[in-house]
Design a protein around this ligand. Sequence first.
Ligand code: HEM
Length: 414
Amino acid sequence: MSQADYADLTSHDAFLNGVPHDTFEALRRDDPISWWDEEDGRGFWSITRYQDIFNLNKDYKTFSSAHGVRMEDMTEEETEARRSLLEMDPPEHTRLRALIGRSFGPKVVATYEDAIRGIAVELLDHAASHDEFDFVQTIARPLPMRMAGRLLGVPDEDGQMLVELGDMMIANTDPDFTDHVVDQVDTEEYRMLPFRSPAALKVFEYAEETARIRREHPTDDLINLLLSPDRDGEVLTDMEFKNFMVLMVSAGNDTTRYTMTYAMKELIDRPDLLDELRHLDDAGWKMAVEEFLRWASVTMHFRRTAMRDYDIHGKTIKQGDKIVLWFVSGNRDADKFESPFDLNVHRDPNPHMTFGKGGPHACLGMWLARMEVKVLLQEFVKRAATVEQTEPHAYLRSNFISGIKRLPVSVEWR
Ligand code: HEM
């Protein structure tokens, strides 16, 4: 088999009808370490089996993040200018992660539950005055956005503006979200910015201004915690802080939004599910959320670069080669998950790799994302008697983020 026999994983268009799962299934079976030529890049290895993804992700000394984590080629100069927590290896990564991680652990996130529930209830009450609405625009998009605003301690309008900027960056391959579609228009002038996007400049400016104000007038929120020294006197540099703001408004919003939307699509397609969820206890909710996360697998891949030659399944990955870890494929690997194409809200155990399992970069926001998905679904199933789709849904144009960007629904409220 050659590249031409599969859906073109290098093309964003290949994901316009959803994830090409048949291609991933064939690759897992026939060519789990497959080479992909790129039109505008130096090519990469696609890793598609669960165990291989896990092993390579864990081996950060061989498979580095410091040379970029997106599929695209970047010069060292560009990578340097755009470096965030994601594009670092231990030990630099360990220091920064500890500084930022203070605000994202499960215990801290548990204290956000009431605030999340408050926002979810408000959005659902608003939706309840309409019988038909777009689930994404009315509920799934505003919820994480407003929560991020609260965490950052910024007014709701600023939170909204920041998330719009976040969308422009992370959905930089979809013309619905940005005028600067990276593979369609010339973005050379922005190559030193995260996502080659002018939106990043605006977030940088906002971060600078916020840091200035907070240093003069400290408040009791995440930004302040980030700006203050830890027990060892360590503090974030201005650039680290600015790049973190970019991460906060990009990584933390659309991912949670699209996980909720995939869950809603399942509630539409499987009418029995509403009632099944309604009867879950706490442990049941925990399992259900993990399964929705596996199912959605919103960040489809992250990239690494080989630091030395590496032999695997009869292939040699050469030093300097790009490796793409397809978490979305690992999550459907039948060697790891029984009936992986069935959504089973009681699946246990569920060692999904949606958050980058095994590696030092495993998602910092995982507890927040879990909490937001759980609370929203809990409040929704309490209120909805039935939910139906009224018009076709639409997928995001991206081979990086898997998302349903429009989901028109009609709800009969209880
Ligand atoms: C369902 C929602 C989410 C998914 C699927 C997701 C997925 C991921 C994945 C796969 C990684 C690992 C990247 C790698 O291996 O290179 C990651 C890292 C990260 N995520 Fe998330 N994420 C989600 C929500 C969030 C939220 C809500 C936040 C913050 C509020 C967040 C912040 C981060 C940060 C800061 C990192 C970098 C960690 C590091 O480099 O050490 N994420 N995420």
